[in-house]
Design a protein around this ligand. Structure first.
Ligand code: FAD
Ligand code: UDP
Length: 368
């Protein structure tokens, strides 16, 4: 009978980092994934010689030097800096909210003029402790920026009014009183030249992979033996939803090839008014400064998640977090299964955080 030390469910970043590190320590792994390709959500599909981020735009950014060096073992990164543009009706603004945005909005020049304008717009609101996203946004950037750049976009994205959403969602976005359009505050940022697949291929080199293989079917009648399982699928599904169903937000991508060299002049353009049905348009070639004769764009539509849909973003509200903790207690008492990654730990993880968490799981597993 065939035997491996580890069965790794999910060929996403978490599963692949675990497989790479386990192999380095002399362990044998079998990686399975229900999709027809490896890479999970960072997978790139080549169309017209452009690396298309099939499951949504992925920009690598981190402040952790060790993680930056880790990914640079497998790919060379370019110096891409994410600087999205926001379109509201026929007006165009720079993101994140910074002096370029304020200057365009109000015709002002200096940080003190911008602060005075915001102050003037919020003084009668008397918000001391913001209770929701609307109050948080208003108190940070004032009414004009909120109405034009936040309200419509956020309500499309989350399909809920801003005064019913938690304030923390907007806290991820930088707010600056300098002329700086960098969307992230991290020390390191870039796109792997040639796409993300080479990172995955590097991590999986020498490891056996079975694609198109769903764990729950596979495990029913396989005669392969494993000492342990690393599970990076949905944790509630693993336990047959016995405590309830964790919720997600889903996204639908409409991707098309256009017979022109340059469609929108930027990788990311957000459409912030409520009446445009999509939230943003990604033009993939600009992540790698592509010069191909054609271009590929993806429109992103936020969509309600129902069971069976692709689960993209965990909805970490109180109700779901409480349910997750109950599943986590079950997971902790399940011997020989390690739960990891975005779905296994029900966390809104960026790529760098997934790598950190996979490396932590490895250290714990190998008592290092
Ligand atoms: P996944 O990549 O989801 O991998 C899990 C794998 O498990 C999948 O391949 C799935 O098919 C497989 N699987 C699940 N269930 C089963 C089963 N039953 N049997 C077999 N296989 C199974 N991060 C950033 O740092 N920067 C960004 O710009 C960024 N943009 C993002 C945009 C979007 C739209 C999304 C959704 C995420 C974004 N992220 C970004 C986050 C990033 O995608 C994740 O951090 C990372 O991909 C998570 O890796 P993972 O291995 O945990 O999960
Ligand atoms: N946001 C906004 N207008 C924008 C971009 C973002 O109001 O043009 C808000 C929105 O509420 C969003 C949050 O900021 O949910 C976080 O944005 P980010 O781009 O980080 O979200 P992601 O698409 O990665 O979930």
């Amino acid at each position: 009978m065939k035997r491996y030390d580890y069965l790794i469910v999910g060929a996403g970043l978490f599963g692949c980092v675990f497989a790479y590190e386990a192999k380095k320590r002399g362990k044998s792994c079998l990686v399975i994934d229900k999709r027809s390709h490896t890479g999970g959500n960072i997978y790139c599909e080549k169309i017209e010689d452009i690396n298309v981020h099939k499951y949504g735009a992925h920009i690598f950014h981190t402040s952790d030097k060790a993680v930056w060096e880790y990914v640079n073992q497998f790919a060379e990164f370019n110096n891409y800096i994410n600087s999205p543009v926001a379109i509201y009706k026929d007006e165009l603004y720079n993101l994140p909210f910074n002096m370029n945005t304020f200057s365009k909005m109000w015709g002002i020049k200096t940080p003190s003029e911008a602060r005075a304008k915001i102050e003037e717009q919020i003084k009668e609101l008397n918000i001391t402790e913001p209770k929701n996203l609307e109050e948080q946004a208003l108190s940070l950037v004032g009414r004009d920026v909120y109405e034009k750049l936040i309200k419509g976009y956020t309500e499309k994205q989350w399909q809920r009014p801003c005064n019913e959403l938690p304030a923390f969602i907007i806290k991820r976005l930088p707010l600056r009183f300098t002329y700086d359009n960098n969307y992230f505050n991290d020390r390191y940022q870039g796109i792997p030249i040639g796409g993300y697949n080479q990172i995955i291929d590097g991590l999986l080199e020498g490891t056996e992979v079975l694609l198109g293989t769903d764990y729950f079917e596979f495990i029913k009648d396989t005669d392969i033996a494993f000492d342990k399982t690393v599970f990076t699928g949905q944790i509630d599904r693993f336990f047959d939803y016995r405590l309830g169903v964790l919720e997600y937000r889903s996204v639908r991508f409409e991707t098309e090839t256009l017979d022109m060299e340059n469609y929108q002049g930027n990788a990311v353009v957000n459409y912030t008014e409520a009446s445009v049905p999509y939230t943003r348009v990604i033009e993939h070639k600009h992540f790698e400064y592509g010069k191909q004769p054609k271009t590929v764009v993806s429109r992103e539509y936020s969509s309600e998640w129902t069971m069976g849909d692709e689960p993209y973003y965990p909805i970490n509200n109180d109700k779901n977090n409480e349910l997750y903790l109950k599943y986590k207690a079950l997971a902790d008492s399940t011997p020989n299964v390690i739960f990891g990654g975005r779905l296994g730990q029900y966390k809104y993880y960026d790529m760098d955080k997934v790598i950190i968490s996979a490396l932590e799981a490895v250290r714990k597993e190998f008592d290092e």
